[in-house]
Design a protein around this ligand. Structure first.
Ligand code: XIL
Length: 396
C-alpha cells in the first residue's frame, strides 16, 4: 500500500515535470532566447529595416525592441514618397516612423536621400520648368534642397544616412549607372548630396549604399568612386553593403577582399540590408529574361522550408556572422532587411513567391538560422574573453 502510493506520487511528479518542461520549451522560443543585441555586444550595432506598418504592430514592435538597436525606414523616407513635387512634401509617414522609433528608444538610419535610378525618380525631378531635360545647375540645386530639408527635419533622430543609393553600374557596364543624375552631372551629384548632408548633420555617419560591390568588377568601381570622393574632400564615411544574398552564394573571399580594401581607404562598412533569398532570383535576369514565365509560377516553399534548406541557410548565416565578427573593426552596423519571413520584400521581388530569407519565421519565432547566428556570436565572444597568455600556455 505504502509502496503503491509512493509510486503514484513519483509518477504524478514525473508527469507534472514533463508538462512544465514542455511549456517552458514552448515559451523558450520567442521570449526567453538571448536577444541578438546582447549577443552582438560592442562589436557593431544591430538593426533592421521595417515599414511603418510593421513598427505599428505591437507584436512586431516588441520583437524589434528586444533584439535590435537601430531602425531603417523601409520606404517612407524615400524621395518618391516624401517629395512628390518640387514644392510638395509629404512627411506624415516618416514623421510617424521617427516618432515611434524614438518612443521605443531605437536609433534611426535615414534611407535614402538620393536613389540614383531613373525608375526611382519622379518626372518633376528629371525635367526643367520648360519640360526639357533638367539642367545641371537645377538638378544640383534640387538635390541640395531635398537633402537639406530631409536631413534638417530628421537629423536629430538619425545617426546615419544612406546619402546616395545604387549609383554604380552593374557588372562590366560603364562606371556610373546610366540615370538622369549621372548623365547630367557625372559624380558631382554625389558630391553635392554628401556635402549638403554634412552641412545639416555634422556628426552622422554618411553612407554610400549599393549592392554586389564585392564582385571584382563592381568593387573596382566602388573603390574608384570612394577614392575620387575622398580626393575631392567629400565627407563620405562608410560603404553600405546591402547584403541581399542568395542561398548557395559563396562570397566570403570576395567580401573579405572588399573589407580589406575599404579598411585601407579608411572607410567603414555597414551591412545595410541583410537577407538570404531561398527561392533564388538570379535566373530572373539571365538570358534576356527568357525564364520569367516559368519563374512567375515557381513557388516551392509555400508549406514551409524543408529542414535541409533551413540548415543550408543557417550555415550560410553563420559563415557571414563569423566574417562580420572577424572584421568588427571596420563594420559599424549590421541591419537585416525586414523583421520576419512573412513581410520580407523577397516575397514580391522580383516575382511573387513564399520566401524565408530572415532569422524569424512568419509566426515571429526564431528559426534555426537564429540559433546558429547566436551560437557564432557567443562562441566568438567567449574566445575573445580568453587571456592571450592562457592561449599561449595551452597544451599543444
Ligand atoms: C525595397 C523595399 O523593401 C520594397 O518594399 C520596395 O517596394 C522597393 O524597395 N535596395 C534598397 C531598398 O536600397 O530601399 C530596397 O527596398 C531594396 C533594395
Amino acid at each position: 500500500m505504502r509502496v503503491h502510493s509512493l509510486v503514484t506520487v513519483w509518477l504524478l511528479g514525473l508527469v507534472s515535470n514533463l508538462i512544465s518542461a514542455g511549456v517552458a520549451q514552448e515559451s523558450d522560443n520567442s521570449s526567453s532566447v538571448v536577444p541578438l543585441k546582447e549577443a552582438v555586444g560592442e562589436r557593431f550595432q544591430i538593426g533592421v529595416g521595417v515599414s511603418e506598418q510593421t513598427l505599428s504592430d505591437p507584436n512586431c514592435a516588441e520583437l524589434i525592441g528586444r533584439h535590435f538597436q537601430v531602425l531603417t525606414p523601409e520606404n517612407c523616407m524615400k524621395p518618391q514618397g516624401i517629395h512628390p513635387g518640387e514644392n510638395e512634401w509629404n512627411f506624415a509617414a516618416a514623421d510617424r516612423f521617427v516618432a515611434s522609433a524614438r518612443q521605443h528608444k531605437l536609433g534611426v538610419v535615414g534611407h535614402c536621400l538620393v536613389w540614383a535610378k531613373d525608375d526611382r525618380t519622379d518626372q518633376w525631378m528629371k525635367q526643367g520648368d520648360d519640360g526639357q531635360p533638367v539642367s545641371r545647375e537645377q538638378l544640383l540645386r534640387r538635390i541640395e534642397q531635398h537633402v537639406s530639408k530631409v536631413v534638417g527635419r530628421y537629423g536629430e533622430a538619425a545617426t546615419m544616412w544612406d546619402v546616395v543609393n545604387e549609383a554604380l553600374a552593374d557588372g562590366s557596364d560603364g562606371y556610373l549607372r546610366d540615370s538622369v543624375y549621372s548623365r547630367t552631372c557625372g559624380i558631382d551629384f554625389i558630391e553635392t548630396a554628401f556635402r549638403s548632408a554634412r552641412k545639416q548633420d555634422p556628426d552622422a555617419l554618411l553612407i554610400y549604399n549599393d549592392y554586389n560591390c564585392h564582385f571584382p568588377d563592381k568593387r573596382q568601381k566602388l573603390i574608384r568612386l570612394l577614392t575620387e570622393l575622398k580626393e575631392r574632400g567629400v565627407p563620405v564615411d562608410a560603404y553600405g553593403m546591402q547584403g541581399h544574398f542568395e542561398l548557395g552564394d559563396d562570397s566570403l573571399a570576395q567580401l573579405r577582399e572588399t573589407f580589406v580594401a575599404l579598411r585601407q581607404l579608411n572607410i567603414k562598412v555597414v551591412v545595410s540590408e541583410l537577407d538570404i533569398d531561398v527561392v533564388t532570383r538570379g535566373r530572373w535576369w539571365a538570358d534576356d529574361g527568357k525564364y520569367r514565365d516559368e519563374l512567375r509560377i515557381y513557388d516551392p516553399y509555400v508549406n514551409g522550408l524543408p529542414a535541409e534548406v533551413a540548415q543550408q541557410q543557417s550555415d550560410q548565416y553563420a559563415a557571414l556572422f563569423r566574417l562580420f565578427d572577424e572584421y568588427q573593426d571596420v563594420i559599424a552596423r549590421v541591419s537585416f532587411w525586414n523583421l520576419h519571413d512573412g513581410q520580407s520584400w523577397l516575397n514580391d521581388f522580383p516575382w511573387k513567391r513564399t520566401n524565408h530569407p530572415l532569422l524569424f519565421d512568419r509566426e515571429l519565432e526564431p528559426k534555426p538560422a537564429y540559433f546558429e547566428v547566436l551560437s557564432v556570436l557567443q562562441r566568438a565572444k567567449s574566445a575573445q574573453n580568453i587571456e592571450p597568455s592562457l592561449v599561449s600556455e595551452a597544451p599543444m
